[in-house]
Design a protein around this ligand. Structure first.
Ligand SMILES: [Zn+2]
Length: 126
């Protein structure tokens, strides 16, 4: 698979939309405007979250309760991204800490795929 000429990226929220309304994905912690989540889904885990065109799913799968914002411009090289376990993700804005859990059906889906869900509220720090 060679898609190097198209660099995937999250929709960078513009400041004038009002940062209070921004939401962070509960699974990958990417930060976007809720309208962008609704329009495009999550750039990293839409396959699991299925937020596109569903306001309910956006509400269930993202949260406004996050703090700390890091910009990941080059996910492969960024040590911050590695620390945040986001090195496989698209570039964009990510929350350092996200409160809340993904919906149960998504957690089950992750289990089915052999992926262990790690909440991003830093209760699992190693
Ligand atoms: Zn996500």
């Amino acid at each position: 698979m060679d898609s190097s000429d198209v660099v995937p990226a999250a929709i960078i929220p513009s400041a004038n939309k009002g940062s209070k309304q921004l939401r962070a994905c509960l699974l990958c912690s990417v930060i976007q405007h809720p309208l962008d989540f609704r329009k495009y889904g999550c750039p990293n885990c839409e396959e699991l979250m299925q937020m596109k065109n569903s306001g309910d799913r956006v509400t269930a799968c993202t949260t406004t309760y996050f703090d700390g914002v890091i910009a990941v411009v080059n996910p492969e090289a960024s040590w911050v991204a590695k620390w945040q376990r986001t090195s496989k993700y698209v570039r964009g804005m990510y929350a350092i800490r996200v409160r809340g859990r993904i919906p149960e059906d998504v957690e089950h889906e992750l289990e089915n795929r052999g992926i262990k869900y790690r909440p991003r509220d830093q209760t699992d720090q190693d």
